[in-house]
Ligand binder design. Structure first.
Ligand code: 2P0
Length: 331
């Protein structure tokens, strides 16, 4: 099945928008059990299920309307040239939703998280875009369909159409209709994340390319799907009973295992910098002294701490530059 066929199946025959503009917000998210590896690159169908926490009010707001003669795209108040990589990907996604080839969009998208925090923008970006399109065309789609459509833009976006803890089911069908995310019922108001920024530089290998190469060449990757499914079960239990130690230790182990498969790739994909490893060592040292903190890390050098609210002072003392996030603060 193609992306276009998936869109037709979920939104029906193409028709004009019913509103003058559409507007939506979607949160960024950080995975505790990571998405790494696709079984279908066209539809962003994952090899393993994943589980994330959405970041409350930190994310992307998008406003969309009709434009004459060409697409007009703005990112954080900067006009995008149609030949920029970012714009090309956006236009390819918008092509799926045009009622006719001569229909063009105006899009203004704004990320409210500090760019310095190094949080992924494709997740909240494509989630906000599909929610804004749903508003503009007045489709009134349910969460499952929105999650599937967001996935066509970027895999991790399938999780950003919801707040709170979110699970993305890998699914098994070829058309991906069973590969969507759902919000979990639990909340954990004491849970905190803190971003430690090591570098603002664009990563040398994109996630899309990194995971493709890993699947193709890493021997260690063979053990990843089973490890991810087991970690996901352990995380579900940790969330259900608020076992922080289990949540933190499983998330940390899952992130390190994902990076192990990247390092095992040919040529190696190593996102860490010396400062990244120094932070790992500092966290492990603090844990040996009895402190309760863990980390997770995505396809980049920046580290995300996991801790609970009573430990905020300790975190601020040891990591004065940490960007603290309260994921359940705005829910
Ligand atoms: C995640 N990452 O679960 C994992 C952990 C990065 C490391 O999802 O190709 O930008 O657009 O589907 O979603 C980043 O990958 O990749 C990602 P595409 P995406 O958050």
């Amino acid at each position: 099945m193609t992306k276009q066929q998936v869109v037709q199946k979920l939104t029906g025959a193409p028709r004009a928008p019913r509103k003058t503009f559409g507007k939506a917000f979607a949160p960024s998210n950080i995975a505790l059990c990571k998405y790494w590896g696709k079984r279908n690159a066209e539809l962003n169908l994952p090899i393993n299920s994943s589980l994330s926490i959405s970041l409350g009010h930190l994310g992307t707001e998008t406003v969309i309307s009709q434009n004459e003669s060409s697409d007009d795209m703005w990112l954080n108040d900067r006009h995008l040239d149609a030949d920029e990589t970012f714009a090309k990907r956006l236009i390819a996604y918008l092509n799926l939703f045009r009622p006719s080839p001569d229909f063009f969009f105006k899009i203004s998208t704004t990320n409210n998280f500090p760019t310095a925090a190094g949080l992924a923008s494709s997740a909240s970006g494509y989630a906000a875009l599909i929610l804004a399109l749903d508003d503009f065309f007045d489709w009134n789609l349910e969460g499952k369909a929105l999650s599937i459509l967001a996935r066509l833009g970027s895999g991790s976006a399938s999780r950003s159409v919801y707040q709170g803890f979110v699970q993305w089911y890998r699914g098994a069908s070829d058309d991906g209709m069973d590969s969507y995310a759902e919000q979990l019922p639990e909340v954990w108001p004491e849970l905190r994340l803190a971003v430690l920024t090591v570098s603002h530089a664009t990563k040398p290998v994109s996630s899309t390319e990194g995971m493709q190469k890993t699947v193709e060449t890493s021997t260690l990757y063979k053990s990843w799907p089973e490890k991810a499914e087991r970690d996901l079960d352990l995380l579900r239990t940790a969330i259900q009973y608020k076992y922080f130690e289990q949540l933190g230790s499983v998330a940390e182990s899952n992130a390190l295992a994902m990076h192990a498969t990247m390092i095992d790739t040919s040529p190696p994909v190593l996102y860490w910098l010396p400062e990244t490893v120094a932070i790992f060592r500092k966290i492990w040292h603090l844990r040996r002294q009895g402190e309760q903190l863990y980390f997770t890390i995505d396809a980049g050098p920046n580290v995300k701490l996991l801790y609970e609210k009573p430990d905020e002072k300790m975190i601020q003392n040891h990591f004065p530059h940490a960007e603290i996030i309260n994921p359940f603060g705005g829910i």
